[in-house]
Design a protein around this ligand. Structure first.
Ligand code: VGL
Ligand code: ZN
Length: 193
């Protein structure tokens, strides 16, 4: 058995209904994910949670030339993990998007509280396989999965536990196809026991 980690991407209030960059049905991923989190955590699988963690002023936001409304601004309620998400106390949080001049969609651009980036963390813990879910399918999930494949990790994407922004209709479908073409396996969360 390959050593596995669960990587939860940006399950934050601003990406859920009511948030400033709400992903349609973004919160519907939480019930299936809570089952997966409990099951994998009980087996000793590390639970990693990335978060979008922006400064107020960043070229990622429309006001400074980007495509997005303000979202996930550091230390605001919108940047908090969705309350119903049952993150265990030993979940490791990776933050990204702190630069004022970069989008940083990928969790592989994120660092933990000690400043360690995701790849060295995973290597230090002997992880070879990632189970990935979260928001949004067509941005941060896609970007993280493609980076994971480039870095040589095997990847399973929980298709029922991701949702897309769909800035352009069809983006989610294309993102799933791109992840699959890169060698990620698209599975249903119920396949995780
Ligand atoms: C994301 C748009 C802007 C994401 C982050 O987490 O997918 N999307 N910032
Ligand atoms: Zn963002």
């Amino acid at each position: 058995m390959m050593s596995t980690a669960l990587l939860l991407i940006d399950i934050q209030n601003d990406f859920c209904p009511g948030g400033s960059l709400a992903v349609p049905e973004g919160d519907s991923i939480i019930p299936p994910l809570n089952r997966v989190i409990a099951s994998l955590h009980a087996q000793g699988v590390p639970i990693l949670a990335s978060r979008d963690w922006h400064p107020i002023r960043t070229t990622h936001f429309q006001a400074w030339g980007g495509v997005w409304p303000p979202h996930c601004v550091q230390n605001t309620p919108g940047a908090a993990f969705r309350a119903g998400l049952a993150l265990p106390p030993d979940a490791v949080v990776f933050s990204k998007g702190m630069a004022e001049n970069a989008d940083s969609y990928s969790a592989f651009e994120a660092t933990d509280a000690a400043g360690e980036a995701l790849t060295p963390w995973l290597k230090a813990h002997g992880i070879q396989h990632l189970v990935v879910a979260g928001l949004a399918t067509d941005y941060c999930v896609k970007s993280s999965v493609l980076d994971a494949r480039r870095e040589g990790f095997s990847v399973q994407v929980l298709q029922d536990a991701v949702r897309g922004v769909e800035l352009h209709p069809g983006d989610t479908e294309k993102a799933l196809a791109a992840m699959s073409a890169a060698g990620a396996q698209l599975i249903d969360s119920r396949q995780i026991n």
